[in-house]
Ligand binder design. Structure first.
Ligand code: FMN
Length: 209
């Protein structure tokens, strides 16, 4: 699906991933956004864990190497964006401290109203099928509501999203490869986010013309 906006929709994909699952979703979402005609910034948040913790888990070290080429997220990436997709693995049903720390750095922008009126959506990964993916996304969405954001969750809005069966946002579980259904659901979620952001952009431009 492509979007017919006069200017491309600007999409920031901001994520934290320790062992690579959320990285895969973030890459899929960034690629889908580009295919849908958006201008995309794929950004990782700053790692806060001690090196010893990273060294204790080979998958963590691999992911650190894999994402080294991705720029670190800055508050300007959020100001720049029309739509923001944020991703985090679950941490006991909540988002990771690393993503939370990035969100906390947005306080000065929040006070100026610069986070409001954008489209927001989320994605996550858990070990267990019922390990907290829905609560993690809802926890993330708490912040989006405080921003004054327009939360665009996938719902069951079309056949692909219905099949993905994750109305809160793309969610991988387990230790294997990301399921095709989850990947196609992440793409459909991204397209829905972009279509909504494009409609808002066109409508706002028309309102001031
Ligand atoms: C401190 C900590 C807490 C976690 N809590 C949960 C949990 O409550 N439920 C669950 O299913 N997985 C939990 N996990 C597992 C991760 O969320 C899961 O492995 C996820 O896929 C990792 O994503 P990543 O590869 O992008 O880092 C936890 C992991 C850590 C390190």
């Amino acid at each position: 699906m492509s979007v017919n906006a006069a200017e491309p929709v600007k999409v920031a994909v901001v994520f934290y991933s320790a062992t690579g699952n959320v990285t895969k979703l973030a890459r899929q979402i960034a690629e889908s956004a580009e295919k849908a005609g958006a201008e995309v910034r794929l950004r990782r948040v700053t790692e806060l864990a001690p090196q010893a913790a990273i060294d204790s888990n080979p998958a963590w070290g691999e992911n650190v190497k894999d994402i080294a080429e991705i720029p670190e997220a800055t508050p300007d990436d959020i100001v720049w964006a029309d739509a923001v997709l944020m991703g985090s693995p679950t941490r006991y049903g909540n988002i990771a401290a690393q993503l939370k720390q990035f969100i906390d750095t947005l306080g000065p922008l929040w006070f100026q109203g610069l986070l409001a009126d954008k489209v927001y959506s989320g994605f996550t990964a858990t070990s267990g099928k019922h390990g907290g993916n829905e609560s993690t996304l809802l926890a993330l969405y708490n912040s989006f509501h405080h921003f004054g954001g327009i939360v665009v969750a996938p719902g069951y809005a079309n056949e692909t999203l219905f099949a993905n069966a994750s109305p809160y946002g793309a969610a991988h579980f387990g230790n294997g490869e990301i399921d095709e259904l989850v990947l196609s659901g992440a793409t459909a979620q991204t397209e829905r986010v972009i279509a909504t952001a494009a409609a808002l952009k066109i409508g706002r431009a028309a309102a001031v013309a």
